[in-house]
Design a protein around this ligand. Structure first.
Ligand SMILES: [Cu+2]
Length: 390
């Protein structure tokens, strides 16, 4: 004897309007740049990025899609999701939408995780112009677990990183649709975004800066749709664990303060602090040709627990290194009580020096570059600072 269990299937429908005429976005310095974009209504104004699309594992998702772009063709590519060729949005193997054309794209959300959607027509330009957003597939039934049956979390943050080269926006690269070729100037981004925000906007945005309580499990859903690599360095007291990559659980959680995220990649990182503390997450935007850091955004973290902000201020330990840059000997000054060990890591996160604390240290043998120095004591407190060997 057997029985068949049928599960009620949920279908979620989103409206996606593909835009490229007369759309503008205001950058953090007040400059207004021309953009393309994806809006949820015909009359809505596009912004970078497009809005997050949410669904639960097991849901069917339909994107009712219409182009109202007069001069540009568009598609929607469902980045990382398992779709057939018809729904893949690659114009060379399926189709693109011309002005006033509409279609539906659909997918079944088989695996919880973080995904992307973006236009795939002349995508180097159209993504740069803002035609992208994040897709969040929650665990089945919207359970607060990283995947169905996976590790639990209390709250989550979504960070979508990218950049803007405003020259490309004022003078868009020429797309020859007949030959499907592009004539592009060198990419020199001048805005470095998290969720479309830059500069002082980042730490004024409660969807970006991390606020929590001691013991609270905070899930970071992170995706990079820029053309630079990202290096995200969490304070060690957040005990960062990388749990999934590109919408699939890792075989085992990686305990690592540093997460590298290449263009198109997505990661879930679980944070949990055992102490009340404030600090910053370092988000570097790295030029993949030179390996140099083009820009760094520092995002505030405040794990407040039951303490008042004033008391937390006192637990933040200062560290300074001088001279900085340095070519032979550095002097370290800190208000960390009884520093015990000193660690120096290079920009790849590899430890190059680990020893008992000393207040002066010879760094003449280190190759030139950016280093992170970290002091720890026996009470679990620490402090970090960057220095340059030159
Ligand atoms: Cu497009």
């Amino acid at each position: 004897m057997f029985c068949i269990v049928t599960q009620a299937q949920t279908t979620i429908t989103y409206q996606c309007i593909l835009r490229s005429n007369a759309q503008k976005d205001t950058m953090c310095d007040g400059k207004v740049i021309p953009i393309f974009g994806i809006t949820s209504t015909l009359g809505g104004a596009a912004k970078i990025p497009a809005k997050i699309l949410y669904c639960n594992e097991g849901d069917s998702v339909i994107l009712n899609t219409k182009s109202i772009s007069q001069n540009e063709h568009h598609t929607i590519h469902l980045h990382g999701l398992d779709v057939d060729t018809r729904n893949d949005g690659d114009p060379s193997t399926s189709f693109w939408l011309t002005h006033q054309q509409d279609t539906t794209y659909s997918f079944r959300a088989k695996n919880a995780g973080t995904y992307l959607y973006h236009c795939h027509a002349a995508d180097v330009i159209h993504v740069q112009m803002g035609m992208y957003g994040m897709i969040v597939v929650r665990a089945a039934g919207a359970a607060k677990t990283v995947w169905t049956g996976g590790p639990a979390y209390h709250k989550d943050y979504k960070w979508l990183t990218s950049e803007v080269d405003s020259v490309w926006h004022y003078h868009p690269p020429i797309h020859d649709t007949l030959m499907d070729t592009l004539h592009i100037s060198k990419y020199v981004p001048n805005y470095f975004l998290i969720n479309g925000k830059c500069g002082a906007e980042i730490n004024a945005d409660d969807s970006i800066q991390i606020k929590g309580a001691q013991g609270e499990k905070i899930l970071m859903r992170m995706a990079n749709i820029g053309y630079l690599a990202n290096r995200i360095i969490f304070p060690s007291w957040l005990n960062a664990q990388i749990l999934d990559s590109d919408g699939r659980p890792l075989p085992a959680a990686m305990v690592n303060d540093t997460c590298y995220m290449m263009p198109g990649e997505r990661y879930s990182v679980l944070l949990q602090s055992g102490i009340q503390a404030i600090g910053t997450v370092t988000l570097d935007y790295i030029d993949m040709n030179t390996n140099g850091t083009t820009q760094t955004n520092l995002v505030n973290v405040n794990i407040a627990g039951v303490y008042s902000v004033k008391e937390i201020e006192k637990t933040k330990k200062e560290l300074s290194v001088y001279p900085n840059p340095s070519n032979n000997q550095i002097t370290i000054s800190t208000d960390l009580t009884a520093p015990k060990t000193i660690e120096i890591s290079n920009y790849l996160g590899q430890k190059v020096i680990e020893k008992e604390f000393v207040s002066t240290l010879d760094v003449s043998l280190l190759p030139d570059g950016l280093y992170i120095i970290k002091l720890k004591n026996n009470s679990g407190e620490f402090s970090t600072e960057k220095f340059i060997k030159r």
